[in-house]
Design a protein around this ligand. Structure first.
Ligand SMILES: Cc1ncc(C[n+]2csc(CCOP(=O)(O)OP(=O)(O)O)c2C)c(N)n1
Ligand SMILES: CC(=O)[C@@H](O)[C@H](O)COP(=O)(O)O
Ligand SMILES: [Mg+2]
Length: 642
């Protein structure tokens, strides 16, 4: 059945409603399993409308999930999902049906599989391309401990592009591990899938052959039936191969492709392969968004959806807005286009996050200057380094959380050689509904120790634009980190103005005639609320200065020295782990200057913060205006009692 609308009312799903654990699937006949799959699709559609979240990938794996849970004996058999954005049907079949509409909200189900949520979630995930390594680890550990259990993982064609997936396959063959890898190939990443692997997979389709699986698991090359799939990526004859493909070449036994929506065939093939020994790869073709016409037609747009009736910009504080708030990723995209128009040396790189990073317009206007390198963060950074060696000025757009993957490349390939690479670090700070796997709350800590790297964080949209320009002008590595979502509604100046490196901005001084008690040092996204908190505290007559620090590295130590002479104490505020963050950088600087002053560091507490609404999470962490002024009042009371 094809849907054209997301239902607002819960559909009737009598068979699904009776399933509380996957073992119950063993009692269903084929017709019932097909009914179950249809009900599951209807329910996922409804629940995703209630919660928002990842969408197309879930509709694409309905039949695969039913088949895997029917054939395997989970949780005894280990089933590992890659990324985990497609695990909604898995959550439903493993006892979490009624909670699915709560997914991604506070105290609701996590956005991805999580070990502490269910024994069926064998491995916590969110970042891609970890599944084969994790499954291999499980398989080898089981073998070593002489335990009998099957191990299977499901990895998408997008996730398969990352180095980790290849590292794991290489190792799996070395150990002749018993491992079933299901390659869920829908010819899509978030954007269209790109690169040699994508063309290789299309070349496999073009050859018109497939590796049939006999009931006893033995392979046979056959003519492929003419499945009704979305046209695959057009590719040249160069990529046309017979079934002797990359996976086979590396040492896996290769089977398929199989129509991943043909439930009877999936059941038959998985049953035939489940107890076969060695490294097996089952290639499955699916359609992202299967069964929902708008998602099949706009697979990029329906990668993830907002919940029905939600405001797309999310909750935005307009207290200091002089203009309509703009998303930081759009500020970045506009900067790229404008800077590229001025400088032909600019080339832009994204590791598979074109849309999220705001690069769609740039890619359209400058296709020969836009590089989507697939899910390959490490490569993205060293690619930029190589370009910089040749006089290019590369700009890397990367989410803070995914930059973690490229840390060695940042150190060894970029900073150590002082190469001129600009970073637009998006989704810095808490990201809300995606939760801890995607939080960008460690980047100051891991970046600020690196020599040569300039690090900035803007207080608003215009400053973000000007900082990106400053980073671009700077003849060495420089990063601007900005949060998910919209800014505060500042006027965006079209003209580029480079900021003086390492210079902070004094934003406001309250009660100038009074002795100055607090110097607030605000970093990035928390600057405006710090100003709000200061204004509240100033009502009691406190002398307060508020500084927008702008630079995490180099810090404006001259200003710190000056403020130390006139203020009783410092308060640092940042949307980053409080430990080893920007506040710690201030502490170190004061220490080195032999300045002994009370300092209160406000930031995110030392734990992984679960998913929830971004604003709510900040409030809980005491990083809204009220929380900041509460903490400062308590701090002042302690100081007074000394
Ligand atoms: C290391 C890392 N980089 C980027 C992402 C963002 N991301 C999430 S899903 C996805 C596309 C994955 O494509 P595929 O594995 O083919 O799954 P599909 O959505 O097509 O089912 C990307 C790029 C991520 N989760 N992890
Ligand atoms: C699963 C994944 O990694 C992405 O789909 C991520 O959820 C995107 O996040 P944004 O919505 O912030 O782009
Ligand atoms: Mg895919």
């Amino acid at each position: 059945m094809m849907y054209t609308q997301i239902p607002e009312l819960r559909p009737d799903t009598p068979l699904l409603d009776a399933i509380d654990a996957p073992e119950q699937l063993k009692n269903l006949d084929l017709a019932e399993l097909q009914t179950l799959a249809a009900e599951l699709r209807a329910y996922i559609l409804y629940a995703a409308g209630q919660s928002g979240g990842h969408f197309g990938a879930n509709l694409g794996v309905i039949e695969l999930t039913v088949a895997l849970h029917r054939i395997l004996d989970t949780p005894r058999d280990r089933l590992v999902w890659d990324v985990g954005h497609q695990a909604y049907p898995h959550k439903v079949l493993t006892g979490r049906r009624e909670r699915l509409p709560t997914i991604r909200s506070k105290n609701g189900l996590a956005a991805f599989p999580a070990r502490d949520e269910s024994e069926f979630d064998t491995f916590g995930v969110g970042h891609s391309s970890t599944s084969i390594s994790a499954a291999l680890g499980m398989s080898l550990a089981l073998r070593y401990q002489q335990q009998q259990a099957r191990v299977a993982c499901v990895i998408g064609d997008g996730a398969m592009t990352a180095g980790m997936a290849f590292e794991a396959m290489n190792d799996a063959v070395q150990h002749q591990a018993d491992l079933l890898v299901v390659l869920n190939d829908n010819d899509m990443s978030i954007s269209g899938s790109v690169g040699g692997l994508a063309h290789h997979l299309s070349g496999l389709w073009q050859n018109g052959l497939y590796v049939h699986v006999h009931d006893d698991g033995t392979p046979e090359v056959r003519q492929r039936p003419n499945w009704d799939f979305r046209a695959r990526k057009p590719t040249s004859d160069h990529f046309k191969v017979n079934t002797d493909n990359l996976f086979k070449a590396i040492g896996f036994e290769y089977f398929g492709p199989v129509d991943g929506h043909d439930l009877p065939e999936l059941l038959r093939v998985l049953n035939a392969l489940k107890d076969r020994k060695g490294c097996r790869l089952l290639h499955v073709y699916t359609t992202k968004g299967k069964g929902f016409t708008p998602a099949e037609q706009d697979q990029i747009g329906y990668h993830a959806i907002a919940k029905l009736g939600a405001n797309k910009l999310g909750a935005v504080s307009t207290k200091y807005a002089s203009h309509k708030p703009v998303k930081y990723s759009d500020v970045f995209g506009q900067f790229l286009c404008d800077q590229a128009a001025l400088d032909s040396r600019l080339l832009a790189i994204t590791p598979a996050m074109c849309e999220g990073s705001g690069m769609v317009e740039f890619a359209k206007r400058y296709p020969d200057r836009f590089f989507d390198v697939a899910i390959a963060e490490q490569h993205a950074l060293t690619l930029a380094a190589g370009m910089a060696c040749e006089g290019i000025k590369p700009v890397v757009a990367i989410y803070s959380t995914f930059l973690q993957r490229g840390y060695d490349q940042l150190i060894h390939d970029i900073c150590l050689q002082n190469l001129d690479v600009t970073f637009g670090i998006d989704r810095a700070g808490l990201v809300g509904e995606d939760g801890a796997t995607h939080a960008g709350t460690f980047d100051y800590a891991f970046m600020r120790t690196l020599p040569n790297l300039v690090i900035m964080a803007p207080k608003d949209e215009n400053e973000c634009r000007q900082m990106l320009h400053t980073a671009y002008q700077h003849p060495g590595p420089a990063a601007v980190r900005y949060p998910r979502g919209a800014g505060v509604g500042s006027k965006i100046e079209e003209t580029f103005t480079a900021l003086p490196i390492g210079k902070a901005e004094v934003l406001a001084t309250f009660n100038v005639d009074h002795p100055q008690q607090i110097a607030f040092l605000a970093f990035g996204s928390r600057t405006t609320v710090t100003l709000e908190a200061a204004a509240q505290l100033a009502e009691t007559g406190l002398g307060i200065t508020v500084v927008n620090m702008r630079f995490i590295k180099p810090l404006d130590t001259a200003l710190l020295e000056q403020l130390a002479q006139t203020h009783q104490a410092f308060v640092t505020v940042e949307e980053h782990a409080v430990m080893a963050g920007a506040g710690s950088a201030v502490n170190e600087a004061l220490h080195q200057m032999l300045i002994i002053k009370p300092v209160l560091n406000l930031g995110l507490s030392d734990r992984f913060l679960a998913h929830g609404e971004h604003g709510e999470m900040l409030k809980e962490e005491g990083l809204d205006a009220a929380g900041i002024s509460r903490s400062v009042s308590a701090f002042l009371s302690k100081l007074a009692a000394l």
